[in-house]
Design a protein around this ligand. Structure first.
Ligand code: MN3
Length: 211
C-alpha cells in the first residue's frame, strides 16, 4: 500500500490569524505532500515494510535495510510528525483553551501548573537548534515529559531516540511552519500556537494512554 496525504481536519483559513492560510496551504500541500511522495518512492520495491498506519512504521525504522533506511526514516518521520501536528490543532475559540480532567491534574503535578508547563514547552521547542519538533509525551514510566527533537525524530522511533513514549502534543519548529508570517520570530509563533491547540484531543489521548 502507499501512504497518502491526509486532509486537514479544518479549513486552510481556520487557524487565522495565529497560523495564516498561505503558510498552511504551502505547509500541507507542498512540504507535507513532498514527504509522502518521497516516502512512497523510497519504499518502491520494498512495500512489505509499509504499515497500515504511519505511526506503526516508526518503531521498525531502525531495523530497515541499509539502502532504504535513511530515506524512509526522514520522509516517514516527517509524514508521521506532520499528520500528528495537524491533529493537535483546531480553529481558535473552539473547545477548551486548557487541558481538562486527568491531564490537567497531571500537568499541575508534573510542571507546577498550566502556565509553568506552557513556559517549559515554549522554551524547549523554541530552544531547538535548527529544524525540529517540540513534544509533550508520556514516557515509559507513564509520566509527562517535554522535549525537543531535531529534524524528523519523534518519541515513537525506538532504537533511534533516547526519549521514547506516547506523543500527546507536538509543535513544528521548522522555519517553513512560520516564516511567511513570523519570519525569524519563532517565539511569537510559539505564543500564537497556544490559541489553536486542541486540548480536547490532547486530553483524550492522555486518557487513552493511561487506561
Ligand atoms: Mn513542517
Amino acid at each position: 500500500m502507499a501512504y497518502s496525504l491526509p486532509d486537514l481536519p479544518y479549513d486552510f483559513a481556520a487557524l487565522e490569524p495565529h497560523i495564516d492560510e498561505q503558510t498552511l496551504r504551502i505547509h500541507h500541500g507542498k512540504h507535507h505532500n513532498k514527504y509522502v511522495t518521497k516516502l512512497n518512492a523510497a519504499l518502491e520495491g520494498n512495500e512489505k515494510y509499509a504499515t497500515q498506519n504511519i505511526e506503526d512504521l516508526m518503531p521498525t525504522l531502525a531495523k530497515l535495510p541499509d539502502d532504504i533506511r535513511t530515506a524512509v526514516q526522514r520522509n516517514g518521520g516527517q509524514h508521521c510528525n506532520h499528520s500528528f501536528y495537524w491533529q493537535c490543532m483546531r480553529p481558535a475559540g473552539q473547545g477548551n483553551a486548557e487541558p481538562t480532567g486527568p491531564l490537567a491534574k497531571a500537568i499541575d503535578d508534573t510542571f507546577g501548573g498550566f502556565a509553568k508547563f506552557k513556559e517549559k514547552f515554549t522554551g524547549t521547542a523554541g530552544g531547538c537548534f535548527g529544524s525540529g519538533w517540540g513534544w509533550l509525551y508520556l514516557d515509559q514510566k507513564k509520566e509527562l515529559a517535554v522535549t525537543a527533537m531535531s529534524n524528523e525524530y519523534n518519541p515513537l522511533m525506538e532504537g533511534l531516540v533516547s526519549e521514547t513514549g506516547t506523543p500527546l502534543l507536538v509543535v513544528d519548529v521548522w522555519e517553513h511552519a512560520y516564516y511567511l508570517k513570523y519570519q525569524n520570530r519563532r517565539p511569537e509563533y510559539l505564543e500564537a500556537f497556544w490559541n489553536v491547540v486542541d486540548w480536547d484531543q490532547v486530553s483524550q489521548r492522555y486518557d487513552q494512554a493511561m487506561s
